[in-house]
Design a protein around this ligand. Structure first.
Ligand code: FES
Ligand SMILES: [Fe+2]
Length: 446
């Protein structure tokens, strides 16, 4: 897969949150009546607070273990707007540390991915190992003889806490954050549908597409969390172009659900192969059907029917995927009205190679910068972001009140379960988590 779009630095003013209090934040989201203030999508102060209270505090997906399988394998990515290196150290541990030299701050790694056991800074030549420790510098004797208390061990790069769940690597710079297990909670039950339907586990296919959209990061996140309402309208013409037929919105709403846990959302049917059809590959449908009994033995009958079902999901805050369709992406914030989108294809390691290729091509056709369905979505998110900025426009709140009374009890489904795909429950849950973190003035990474 080609990589596109150079990364340009985004400069932020120093933090000043004089006008933002917890009370003022609570007025922006009305859970009772289902409305949201458009300020969430354009305000610089809110954006800076999101970087501090969400992206610097909570667990963030940073890589799949298959991307850093061996000592020295690395990739560069972001945690909020902090550039980081994800790599595997000599002891086999996955490390995540800032991509910034402790001398003058230059990036120590310009590459997007590769294998390197040392990172040498371009500016003055300081060298760091795969744990972020400073291991060499030019004229070291001069430093030793002229600096007060020169101690190389104190000049290593700040590491994040790192934990994994079934192949997905998460990191946080918040020492006080809950464990990853607590952060994911019962959402793991849903994640297993994607990550643990086969004993061989999963992998990312090689390559990563990077692209930019001029939209607020919350639009794609909330969309994947539970906006199935848009699909039959936004994507209808795309579906006609791809498959010669429109999007089916006549299915039985009593068999489709939204569920959310800790702000993570998953919307799904119990129809097994629905979303996999977006790929337009009969072989993929056949593979899923052939393996249904195997999936059921591993996950139970109910979850075996959800593997390729019409679904989309968002892992709070900014990591989204389509189970069954197997695109996997992060929406990195780059200012209130811009994101950098990283896209991968996630597959079962044991799937036949020819099938992996079909998954890749299917994702490229649908959810890549040239993918028909991504272009549909991107247009809407960019226009919504830009429009909300209007000084009069911004005064009218947005409607998030669809299906307010859809919560149900279910014997097997975990989390907060809502019946009918067409409701705003998962999106409101996303904003519930957003508000909880934004109002918390307590200690974090900063
Ligand atoms: S900024 Fe990295 S060695 Fe000077
Ligand atoms: Fe969409």
């Amino acid at each position: 897969m080609p990589t596109t779009i150079p990364i340009t630095p985004v400069r932020l003013k120093p933090a000043q949150h004089a006008t933002i209090t917890a009370d003022s934040l609570r007025k922006l989201v009305d859970f009772e009546n289902g409305s949201i203030d458009r300020r969430l999508y354009w305000d610089e102060e809110i954006y800076r607070l999101e970087l501090e209270r969400i992206f610097a505090r909570t667990w963030l997906f940073v890589a799949h273990e298959s991307q850093v399988a061996n000592y020295g394998d690395f990739l560069t990515t972001f945690m909020g707007e902090d550039g980081v290196i994800v790599t595997r150290d000599q002891q086999g541990k996955v490390r995540v540390f800032l991509n910034s030299c402790t001398h003058r701050g230059n990036k120590i790694c310009m590459a997007e991915a590769g294998n390197k056991r040392r990172f040498t800074c371009n500016y003055h030549g300081w060298t760091f190992d795969s744990a972020g420790s400073l291991v060499g510098l030019p004229q070291e004797e001069l430093y030793k003889s002229t600096c007060r208390d020169f101690d190389k061990a104190q000049l290593g790069i700040r590491n994040a806490r790192v934990e994994s769940y079934k192949g997905l690597v998460f990191a946080t710079f918040n020492e006080e954050a809950e464990s990853l297990e607590q952060f994911l909670g019962d959402y793991r039950w849903y994640l297993d549908i994607l990550l643990d339907n086969d004993p061989g586990g999963t992998e990312f296919l090689p390559g990563n597409i990077k692209s930019r959209m001029q939209c607020n990061w919350k639009y794609p996140s909330e969309n994947f969390a539970g906006d199935s309402y848009h699909a039959a309208w936004t994507h209808n013409s795309g579906a006609v172009a791809l498959f010669g037929r429109g999007v089916d919105n006549k299915y039985d709403q009593s068999k489709v659900y939204q569920a959310n846990v800790n702000g993570h959302g998953w919307q799904f049917g119990l129809d097994f192969i629905g979303n996999a059809m977006v790929l337009g590959e009969q072989d993929i449908l056949d593979y899923l059907k052939e393996n249904e009994a195997k999936f059921a033995a591993r996950l139970g009958k109910l979850r075996s029917r959800m593997i390729g079902s019409i679904s989309s999901a968002n892992l709070f805050p900014h990591t989204s995927f389509l189970p069954g369709q197997n695109t996997f992406r992060t929406w990195h914030p780059k200012g209130p009205s811009q994101i950098e989108l990283h896209t991968w294809v996630l597959v079962n390691k044991s799937a036949p190679e020819a099938l992996k290729d079909m998954y890749m091509k299917g994702v490229m056709r649908s959810f890549s910068p040239s993918g028909v369905l991504e272009m549909d979505d991107g247009d809407n998110w960019e226009n919504a972001t830009a429009t909300n900025l209007g000084v009069v426009t911004r005064q009218q709140k947005l409607h998030y009140g669809l299906g307010m009374d859809s919560k149900v009890e279910h014997d097997e489904l975990k989390g907060n379960v809502h019946i009918r795909k067409y409701n705003d429950s998962n999106q409101l849950a996303f904003y519930g988590k957003w508000l909880e973190l934004m109002c918390d003035e307590g200690a974090g990474a900063s």
